[in-house]
Design a protein around this ligand. Sequence first.
Ligand SMILES: Cc1cc2nc3c(=O)[nH]c(=O)nc-3n(C[C@H](O)[C@H](O)[C@H](O)COP(=O)(O)O)c2cc1C
Length: 206
Amino acid sequence: MKVILVNGSPHANGCTYTALQEIEHELNAQGVETEIFWIGIRPISGCMGCNQCLASGRCCMNDSVNLFLEKVPEADGFVFGSPVHFASATGALTSFMDRAFYGRAALFAHKPAAAIASCRRGGSSTTFDQLNKYFTISNMPVVSSNYWNTVHGNTPAEVAQDIEGLQTMRILARNMTWLLKCLAAGKEAGIQPPAFEARTNTNFIR
Ligand SMILES: Cc1cc2nc3c(=O)[nH]c(=O)nc-3n(C[C@H](O)[C@H](O)[C@H](O)COP(=O)(O)O)c2cc1C
């Protein structure tokens, strides 16, 4: 059982990482394997809409998106974390997720996911909402906690003082573990996910 935690911050060991680490420790304590995947600081271009990936399964821009996509099949669940930049996810993570999720519903479907946001003061709820949109268009069960998944702080040391935020992260990890174990037990008992049905795009034209 493996969960990939994507760090969408330009800081490899910053506030978002601190929150992801809290989740990782709890997942590991519950016997779940983890990997923190940092999207890095090299420029991540937005999606060009060339649609080449629909046939190849890979993005024509060979960067961390393709590295991540190679890891997706082996993962059972995901956590995507972003610092808040102007009340939104970072531009880099937005581009990363646009390109990772576009046309790949079958790859992510039925794998649980959670979003977390790290902010100094405001905009965490909009960021949280933004990230959840990728999961809810991809047939992914969304894992929740006892509050919207956010931590506050401008430095890792400040995040460490956000006792409530870190508790939210730990509870999130336990809920993720519980759901993963339920899904595995269901599979063992012969319960399969619903058969994949391709979306019917009407583009509002009747
Ligand atoms: C370009 C930029 C925009 C930011 N915008 C916000 C914001 O809208 N609201 C907020 O509370 N913090 C904002 N911050 C602060 C970061 O969200 C906050 O310090 C975060 O915890 C940093 O996480 P990190 O160390 O993982 O990068 C901004 C920081 C940067 C660099």
